[in-house]
Design a protein around this ligand. Sequence first.
Ligand SMILES: NC(=O)c1ccc[n+]([C@@H]2O[C@H](COP(=O)([O-])OP(=O)(O)OC[C@H]3O[C@@H](n4cnc5c(N)ncnc54)[C@H](O)[C@@H]3O)[C@@H](O)[C@H]2O)c1
Ligand SMILES: [Zn+2]
Ligand SMILES: [Zn+2]
Length: 337
Amino acid sequence: MKAAVVNEFNQKLEIKEVPIPELEYGEILVKIKACGVCHTDLHAAHGDWPVKPKLPLIPGHEGVGIIEKVAEGVTSLKVGDRVGIPWLYSACGDCEYCLTGRETLCLDQLNAGYSVDGGYAEYCKAPAKYVVKVPEGLDFAEVSPIFCAGVTTYKALKVSEAKPGDWVAVYGIGGLGHVALQYAKAMGFNVIAVDIQDDKLDLATELGADYTVNGLKTDPVQAIKDKVGGVQASISVAVTKKAFEQAYSSVKRGGTLVVVGLPNDELPIPIFDTVLNGVTVKGSIVGTRKDLQEAVQFAAEGKVRTNIETRKLDEINDVFSMMENGEINGRIVLTLE
Ligand SMILES: NC(=O)c1ccc[n+]([C@@H]2O[C@H](COP(=O)([O-])OP(=O)(O)OC[C@H]3O[C@@H](n4cnc5c(N)ncnc54)[C@H](O)[C@@H]3O)[C@@H](O)[C@H]2O)c1
Ligand SMILES: [Zn+2]
Ligand SMILES: [Zn+2]
């Protein structure tokens, strides 16, 4: 099969022929139709984070397609079913986190396109129990970003504990942010979108943001204070420390900053303000299978739509350059025949 492979960090991906994965007990083989390009894939290819991915690596954790084969032990799915393979590739199922509905915290989890090969390929295998179905009628390329960008931001909004009618700020209107603001609207929040590029803010307005701020032209913290006196929750999905600092300072008393973006950096927090203002700072990593089913349902009901551009697998190096230069408005999705 054809795949895009990271052989070494900070080098171009190689498009090459590799063997189709062999199935083991309980696994399915998916013929990939589409796979979104998440900024996490770029972090993986650069070896940005303290925990490194496997090498060589086939990235991709928004791979969706059609089941072509099922191994022994698969009872819940059959050949022809439409599924997606998310970041949470598998978890142990038995630890305290798995047993309490917090499987994204499982210490024995595997991650698609990071610790195991992912969706930048014609085929990807996965344990049947951890894939999630794609409802009929949803276009593969359009639904693909829901498998990471969608579920991650939907979950982040849930853990923010904001209530309908509250103001929420989304910092970074990229792949994650442009769906984050739609989930926020669908959940009944008022949304402020912050980015440093006007075209991304135009998209935010088109997708329903109530107010937008260009962080390069205006201080977003002041603008948010002036507009609503501070937000109940701030979700930072940008990849710069500055955005996290501003997101923190945009929260009003009793509010929450949800940390989602993953620049390899520190977020120094003022102790005095955090205590006096009763501010909560929470990390949030993707979502469970149940969160993902719910996130997909929003898309199926037309409450959330992805703004995508499609490219072929062998254009991946250009797509990564575009991402580095901030030239993607929404998500680029790789499509496969
Ligand atoms: N926690 C999780 O579970 C999880 C899941 C997926 C992705 N991520 C991480 O989230 C981050 C974002 O991913 P993405 O695919 O949306 O990236 P992206 O490149 O598509 O979007 C980033 C956006 O941030 C904007 N931005 C840059 N500087 C800014 C600033 N100072 N203020 C406001 N906006 C600014 C950019 O213009 C861009 O629109 C990455 O670090 C990724 O690894 C985390
Ligand atoms: Zn992702
Ligand atoms: Zn576990």
